[in-house]
Design a protein around this ligand. Structure first.
Ligand SMILES: Nc1nc2c(ncn2[C@@H]2O[C@H](COP(=O)(O)OP(=O)(O)OP(=O)(O)O)[C@@H](O)[C@H]2O)c(=O)[nH]1
Ligand SMILES: [Mg+2]
Length: 476
C-alpha cells in the first residue's frame, strides 16, 4: 500500500519500539505533529494532573498511563523530544512501560485511541529520511546496525550511519557536477570558456573517478563478507567426510555421520566463527550419479549452494583412488574458480593408508589458470585442521580491511549504483577517445551523477524508497 506524502509526514504515528517479548521495559514511541497532545491525554503525574505539555524538551518524567475513565494502566517513565531534536525530527514522546507484551499493547491501544495512527514498518526512519535528517544510505545503515550479528558488521554499519559512504558519494558527485557545469557553461558562452585542451583534462579526471569507483567495488564483496560471513560450501563425493568437517567446525554433532554413502541428502547450514572470521557453512549431499529421487534433489541443491558460495571446501577421501565423481566435481570447481571463487582441496583421511597422493589430486586441476590450495588432513585425528582455519582467515583477511578504515560498500543496491556510475564514466572516456563533441560527455557524466545519487536517495523513485523502508522492523 502506497502512502501519500501527507500521510507520511502529517499523521501522528505510534508503535511499540522494543521487542515483543517479556522484558524489563517496553517502549511505545509516538511521533508527529500531535504527539504531545496525544500523549498528554493518557499520561498523568503523581498528582493525577495532565501536565505533559508543560515539560521541557529532552526531559524524562515519572508518571502513569491512564485510560479514559482515569484508571491507572501502568507506572511509566516518559521522555519528551520536541522537534527538531528527535530521531524523526518531529515531536516525539516515548513511553517506557513495564515490559509485558499485553501491557505494551494495552498502552499502544490507548495511544491509538487518543489519536495516533499505527506506524508502518520502518516509518520512523523513513520520516527521518523524508525530513532530511539522514540520507538513504544512512537509513539503510540503521537497518544493518540492528541486524548486525558480529563485530565487523556492527563497525561497518556504524561507519555508514555516521555517513562515511555518503561523504564519499558526495565527493564523487560534486566533482562530476563541476565538470557538467563547466561543459554547459562553455557551450552556452564559448567566448568566456576555452574548451581547447578540455578533453585531455576531462580524461584525467574521469580516469581518476573510475579508479576511485573501482576501489569501492573491489571491496564490495569483502564488505558483504564482513557483514554476512563467508559463504562456504563443503562438497565431495559420498563418504568423503563432509559432515564430519561440518561437525568439527561447528564444534557439535549437527549432521549425521555414518559409513553409509549418501547419508546426507539435504543441505545443512550453520554459522561458525573461526579465527575471528564468520563462516556460513553448508554441508551438502555427496555428488554422485544416483537413481534415488531424494538424493538427486539433494545433489541439485548442492550445485546451487556451490553457485552462491564464496569459498568451496572440496573433500577428497585420500584413502581410496580418485574416482569419476572426484573428477566431475573438480571440473565443476574449475568453472567456478574462473569467476573468482576460492577453493581449498582437503585430502582427508590421512590417518589411513593412502589410496591416492597429492600429485594425482593436483592433476585434476592442471592446465587451469588458478590453482586451489591443497591440504592434507584427518577428521579422525584432527591432523591439519589448524592449518585449514589459518588458511581460511588469511584468504579473507577480514581484519585488515577494517583497519584501513576504508569506505565499504556492503549493500547490493549500493554496489549496483556504483557499477552503473563507473560504466557511465567509461562511456565518457570512450567518447573522449573517439573525439566526440562535448555534449556527449555531459550526457554520460549526468548518468553517472544520477546513479551515484541513488545511494544517498537523491535520485531514487518513491517505490524504491517504499521497498527499502518496508524491510525495517516495526517501531524503527
Ligand atoms: N579414518 C577416517 N575416517 C573418517 C575421516 N573422516 C570421516 N571419516 C569417516 O568416513 C565416514 C563418512 O563420513 P561423513 O562425514 O558422513 O561423510 P560425508 O561426506 O558427509 O558422506 P555423505 O553424507 O554420505 O555424502 C564416516 O564413517 C566417518 O567416520 C578421517 O579423516 N579418517
Ligand atoms: Mg554427510
Amino acid at each position: 500500500m502506497a502512502l501519500t506524502f501527507d500521510r507520511l509526514t502529517k499523521d501522528t504515528i505510534a508503535a511499540i519500539a522494543t521487542a515483543m517479548s517479556e522484558s524489563g521495559i517496553g517502549i511505545v514511541r509516538i511521533s508527529g505533529p500531535e504527539a504531545v497532545d496525544t500523549a498528554d491525554r493518557i499520561i498523568v503525574n503523581k498528582k493525577n494532573e495532565h501536565v505533559l505539555k508543560t515539560w521541557k524538551t529532552n526531559s524524562i518524567h515519572y508518571g502513569f498511563v491512564v485510560d479514559r475513565e482515569g484508571e491507572i494502566i501502568d507506572e511509566v517513565m516518559v521522555s519528551l523530544m520536541l522537534s527538531p531534536h528527535s530521531y524523526t525530527t518531529e515531536d516525539t514522546v516515548e513511553i517506557n512501560t513495564h515490559g509485558g507484551v499485553y501491557l505494551m499493547h494495552r498502552v499502544l491501544d490507548l495511544v491509538l485511541e487518543s489519536g495516533a495512527r499505527m506506524a508502518e514498518p520502518g516509518e520512523f526512519t523513513r520520516r527521518a529520511f523524508l525530513n532530511g535528517r539522514i540520507d538513504l544510505s544512512r537509513a539503510e545503515a540503521v537497518m544493518d546496525l540492528i541486524s548486525s550479528r558480529n563485530e565487523f558488521s556492527r563497525k561497518v554499519s556504524l561507519a555508514q550511519l555516521k555517513g562515511s559512504l555518503s561523504e564519499k558519494v558526495k565527493e564523487l558527485r560534486s566533482s562530476i557536477i563541476y565538470e557538467i557545469a563547466f561543459i554547459e557553461s562553455a557551450l552556452d558562452d564559448p567566448d568566456s570558456y576555452d574548451l581547447e585542451d578540455y578533453p585531455e583534462k576531462l580524461e584525467k579526471i574521469c580516469l581518476d573517478l573510475r579508479d576511485q569507483m573501482n576501489g569501492l567495488l573491489q571491496h564490495a564483496d569483502e564488505g558483504r563478507i564482513l557483514r554476512e560471513g563467508i559463504r562456504t560450501v563443503i562438497v565431495g563425493k559420498p563418504n568423503a567426510g563432509k559432515s564430519s568437517l561440518l561437525n568439527y567446525m561447528a564444534g557439535e554433532d549437527l549432521a549425521i555421520v555414518t559409513d553409509v554413502a549418501g547419508t546426507t541428502r539435504d543441505t545443512i547450514n550453520e554459522s561458525v566463527r573461526m579465527n575471528g572470521v564468520l563462516l556460513n557453512l553448508t554441508d551438502t549431499a555427496g555428488i554422485r550419479d544416483t537413481e534415488d529421487k531424494v538424493e538427486r534433489i539433494g545433489i541439485q541443491k548442492t550445485m546451487e549452494a556451490v553457485e552462491r558460495a564464496d569459498l568451496i571446501l572440496f573433500l577428497i577421501d585420500s584413502s581410496s583412488p580418485l574416482s569419476a565423481e572426484d573428477r566431475d566435481i573438480a571440473e565443476m570447481i574449475c568453472q567456478e574458480m574462473k569467476e573468482g571463487k576460492k577453493c581449498i582441496v582437503l585430502l582427508n583421511k590421512n590417518d589411513l593408508e593412502a589410496g591416492t597422493d597429492e600429485r594425482a589430486v593436483r592433476d585434476l586441476f592442471i592446465h587451469k589458470e588458478t590453482e586451489p590450495l591443497f591440504l592434507s588432513c584427518s577428521l579422525s585425528t584432527g591432523d591439519g585442521l589448524e592449518r585449514l582455519s589459518q588458511n581460511i582467515s588469511s584468504m579473507f583477511k577480514s581484519g585488515e580491511i577494517l583497519q584501513q578504515n576504508e569506505v565499504l560498500l556492503t549493500n547490493m543496491r549500493h554496489k549496483k549504483a556504483v557499477e552503473e556510475a563507473r560504466d557511465s564514466i567509461g562511456m565518457v572516456l570512450d567518447s573522449i577517445r573517439m573525439g566526440m563533441t562535448e555534449d556527449f560527455f555531459s550526457m554520460d557524466l549526468m548518468n553517472a551523477y544520477e546513479s551515484l545519487g541513488k545511494i544517498t536517495g537523491e535520485s531514487v523513485e518513491d517505490d524504491l524508497v517504499e521497498e527499502i523502508f518496508s524491510r525495517f522492523c516495526l517501531g524503527k
